[in-house]
Design a protein around this ligand. Sequence first.
Ligand code: S3P
Length: 442
Amino acid sequence: MPLEARKCQSLTGRVRVPGDKSISHRALILGALAVGETRISGLLEGEDVLNTAKAMQALGAKVERRADDTGGIAWSVRGVGTGGFATPEAPLDFGNSGTGCRLVMGAVAGCPIRAAFDGDGSLRSRPMRRILDPLELMGARVISQSDGGRLPLTLEGARDPLPIVYRTPVASAQIKSAVLLAGLSAPGVTTVIEREASRDHTELMLKHFGADVISVADGAHGRKISLTGQPELHGAAVTVPADPSSAAFPIVAALITEGSDIVLSDVMTNPLRTGLFVTLREMGASIEESETRRDAGEPMAQLRVRASKLRGIEVPPERAPSMIDEYLVLAVAAAFAEGTTVMRGLHELRVKESDRLEAAAAMLRAGGVAVEIAGDDLIVEGRGHVPGGGLVTTHMDHRIAMSALVMGCASDAPVKVDDIAFIATSFPDFVPMMQRLGADFA
Ligand code: S3P
C-alpha cells in the first residue's frame, strides 16, 4: 500500500514507541533456552519478533501471549533448557528478520538437531556466511545452502560443540550473539573479540538469566566477551524498554518540523545504541533526558525533543555500530540541516534489509536533495529545507518507508512511498502514532 506525507503544522504530545526489537528477540530466545518460565512485558509485537516467537515454539518451547493482572499483555515462554531444542517439523520462516534468523542459527548450532531456515526476498538476499563460518568452527554442519551461504539453508547443530575464540570480521552483534548462543552448549569458555563494540544486549541478558559472561575492553574501541558454557539458565522476568531505533523516527520528525515539542517515554539509552542521539546533539538538536532508570541491566530515560535548527557535521566511522540502523533517518535530518554532513564508514549498510547506502541516496534525490556516495561515505548537502515532491521506493525495507515519511513531514511538497507494508516488521503503530502527534499522512 502506498502512502503520502504532507508538510504538517507541528508535532506535539507524548508517546511510547514499541518495545526494543533486539531485546525482544533475545528475551524469546533465552526464555526458550532457559529452565522454567520467562515473563516478558512490553515485547515488540512486530512481524520480525512474532516470527522468532513461532520459531521458538517450533523448536519445542511453549510460547503464550496472555493478559496480565493489570490488563496489560505479557508473553510467557517455558524453555527447554540449554541444548534442548527439538527438530522442527517444517522450515523456520524468519520473514524479513536478519536478527531472528541469525541468532536462532547460533542457538540451533549448539543442539543436536537439524533445522531449515528461510525468509522473504530481502532476507534471502542477505549474507549468512558470516554466521555459518564460526558455527562450523564450533562443529555445526551446513547440510544445504543457496548461492554462497544464503537462505534457504539447512543447518545441523553440533552434538558436542567446541568452545572457540572468535574475532568477528565486522562489528556485528548478530555474529557475536550467534557464537555466544552456540557457546551456551559448549564445555569451557567461548570468547568473541570485536574490534569495535557492537550492541551488548545478549551479554546483559545472558547475565540476567544466570550465565557467567565477562566483557572487557580490547583495543581502542573493541571488546572481548567470554562466556562460560553449559550454564543453567533460569527463566527470568524481562521488561522491554522502548526501542531507540523506532524512537529515531518521531525524534527526527519533531526536530525538522517547526514548533514541535514531543515527549517519548522509557526509551532505552544503552550507549551502544545511542550514536544517533549523540550525532543529532552535535548537529544542534534539543533532546533532553529525564527520569533515567535501569531495568535488567538496560538503562532508559524519558526524552523531550523540540524543533531545532540543525547544522551539518562529520560523523566518524567508529560511531557506526552504535547507530547502524539510524543512518537513513539521519540522512533526512542532514538534508534539513544547514551545511554538509559527511557520514563515514558505512559499508555494512549495503547488507541490511536493502542496500541502505544506495537507498539513502535515492530517497534524498527523490526529495530534491543533493547527495553523493564516495566509497563507503555518504555526503548530504543540507540547505535548511527540502523541496520534496518525489516517490520513494521502499525495497522491502521498513526503515526506508518510515524515513521517507518523516522527510515528508517537513518538506515543501509531499513525499510519497510506494509500499508501507514492511513497517509492520518493526513498528506496527507507526502511522497512527505519528498521526496522533500531528503528522499529515494520507
Ligand atoms: C541487531 C544487530 C545489527 C542491527 C540489527 C539488529 C541485533 O545488525 O542492524 O537491526 O539485534 O543484534 P548487525 O549485527 O549485523 O550489525
